[in-house]
Ligand binder design. Structure first.
Ligand code: BES
Ligand code: MN
Ligand code: ZN
Length: 520
């Protein structure tokens, strides 16, 4: 899907060669304040007749009218600076066009819109029109090819917002694609090929390690998870070099369990199919790299994906087995279903070699996080207040939100083991926190954050499908960090200025700004 932006009045915009046009009408704008084009006249008439109110969510639709080139026209009323309202306005407009054949869509924004609002509108449109096709014999492919944004005033910031939205949507859709694919169409080897594909001819390198190399590295925890599967593991290393080699990279680590049966500690049958989404973290890392190839920000990013299935088998790891991780710490695997932390801990140790300024792991890690935060906010855990603040703000700005959770040392109590340095599970209480406490043991040598996306990576039920989260949050964080925050999402005055020369996040936690650290 392609986005572009044009500077056009509403009168001109409705002359465009488009199949349909959506007009986002601010709830505070009375038609008298605008010109005398057919759409404005029509809104005024509808208001006189009491058929339309300037209230968020109100819709007017029109079909094949003289003087209006697009066959379909939908006016939807919204408060243009409220994320929730933009989201629902775009969804409402798109559902009004659901049965229409729309290849070329116009999106006209009446009045002023922030870059953030415009970017959100475009990504919501992409989300609403997305359809998964790969494993269907007669798929309903998306017709929508082009969205032409028009506004009375175009600014550089809005142009950048469109460019940023384009990159974001391509990343989000790649993440959705891989997460949605069934596990037999998304094996560790498939993921490795996908990574190589994105890297092809682009600004980054991709290296794939197999079982032999991983054994040589001593990744005993990762190997323990993979030993019950007939599919060979893959360890994917992606390197995007947008800045000088001397600049410390940000490392993203994505949990890549392509199917999680639970292993010998097997999961119950209901909804087990959804465990094909257990590589949602890996998919988001692929998505971020795809977006980076478009945006080319000035920074270095490393992507690490430990990919394997978690299967029960004669050779599978058993409860009580003790394995040695790459860090040298021994782990008593009390529950083979707590496998995510086992593959991640070795990837975190591997991350040390990049002397990173920050390491962020992204994982569908715990059912407990779904209980704590539901499908709204991603769980954020970090030992570094400055990094946590940056991620929280990136979440708010992009609308791909997260919520900081605690990491008090007392939560690690239950991980004590009599037979190894650490156990891989504690009790049922605070399960998402104890999982993070386990990971923290392997993230002592750098600024670290962990995003538990178990609740946010996909939707269950009738609308089952991957969301592509947290590609938006990560991309926002990375572009801000690069100083390539020209596609400004909030008004400059309100934006926390992250200086491009901001020194690497130190291990000593910076004093948190009380305003943003809600949990503090
Ligand atoms: N992939 C699951 C987490 C998960 C479960 C995500 C349900 C989304 C929905 C993870 O590997 C897992 O099984 N975690 C266990 C940990 C437990 C054994 C300590 C869990 O959450 O039950
Ligand atoms: Mn599991
Ligand atoms: Zn899992």
């Amino acid at each position: 899907m392609n986005f572009e932006i044009q500077k056009l009045s509403l009168a001109r915009a409705i002359q465009g060669q488009l199949d349909a046009m959506v007009v986002l009408w601010p709830s505070e704008t009375v038609p008298e304040a605008l010109g005398h084009d057919p759409v404005t006249r029509w809104v005024a008439t509808a208001m006189e007749q009491g058929d339309f109110e300037l209230k968020a969510g109100a819709v007017l639709t029109l079909y094949c009218q003289p003087g209006i080139t697009p066959r379909h026209l939908v006016v939807v009323c919204t408060a243009q600076n409220q994320a929730g309202q933009i989201r629902s306005a775009v969804q409402t407009a798109w559902s009004a066009l659901k049965s229409a054949k729309v290849k070329q869509l116009g999106l006209h924004v009446v009045g002023d819109v922030t870059s953030q609002g415009l970017q959100l509108a475009l990504s919501c449109l992409a989300d609403a029109s997305y359809s998964y096709t790969t494993t269907l014999s007669k798929p309903k492919t998306r017709l929508l090819k082009q969205v032409t944004v028009s506004t009375e005033k175009t600014t550089l910031a809005l142009e950048n917002a469109v460019r940023h939205a384009q990159a974001l949507v391509s990343g989000v859709e790649l993440a959705k694609e891989w997460a949605n694919r069934p596990a037999n169409h998304a094996t560790p080897s498939h993921l490795a090929h996908a990574a190589k594909d994105i890297a092809k001819g682009k600004a980054f390198k991709c290296e794939v390690l197999g079982p032999k190399e991983v054994a040589k590295l001593g990744m005993g925890a990762f190997m323990a998870v993979a030993q019950g599967s007939a599919e060979p593991l893959r360890f994917i290393v992606m390197r995007y070099n947008g800045a000088a080699a001397t600049q410390a990279p940000v490392v993203l680590v994505g949990k890549g369990i392509t199917f999680d049966t639970g292993g010998i500690s097997m999961k119950p049958a209901p909804e087990m199919d959804e465990m094909k989404y257990d590589m949602g973290g890996a998919a988001s890392v692929l998505g971020v790299f795809k977006a980076l190839t478009y945006l080319k920000p000035t920074l270095n990013v490393v992507g690490l994906i430990p990919a394997t299935e978690n299967m029960p088998d004669g050779l599978a790891v058993k409860p009580g087995d003790v394995v040695t991780s790459m860090s040298g710490q021994t782990i008593e695997i009390l529950n083979t279903d707590a496998e995510g932390r086992l593959v991640l801990c070795d990837a975190l140790t591997y991350a040390e070699r990049f002397k990173p300024q920050a390491v962020i792991d992204i994982a569908t890690l715990t059912g407990a996080c779904v209980i704590a935060l539901g499908a709204v906010r991603t769980g954020l855990f970090s030992s570094n207040d400055a990094l946590a603040l940056q991620l929280q703000q990136a979440g708010e700005t992009s609308g791909d939100t997260c919520w900081r959770m605690p990491l008090d040392e007392d939560y690690a109590e239950g991980l004590k083991s009599r037979f190894a340095d650490v156990a891989n599970v504690a009790g049922r209480a605070a399960g998402s926190v104890t999982a993070a406490k386990f990971l923290q043991r392997f993230a002592q040598n750098f600024a670290w954050a962990h995003l538990d996306i178990a609740g946010t990576a996909w939707r269950s039920g009738a609308a089952k499908g991957a969301t592509g989260r947290p590609v938006g949050l990560l991309l926002q964080y990375l572009t801000e960090l690069a100083g390539a925050d020209k596609p400004s999402l909030v008004a400059k005055s309100k934006r926390p200025r992250l200086n491009p020369s901001t020194p690497p996040v130190s291990r000593v936690p910076a004093k948190p700004k009380a305003r943003a650290l809600r949990k503090a």
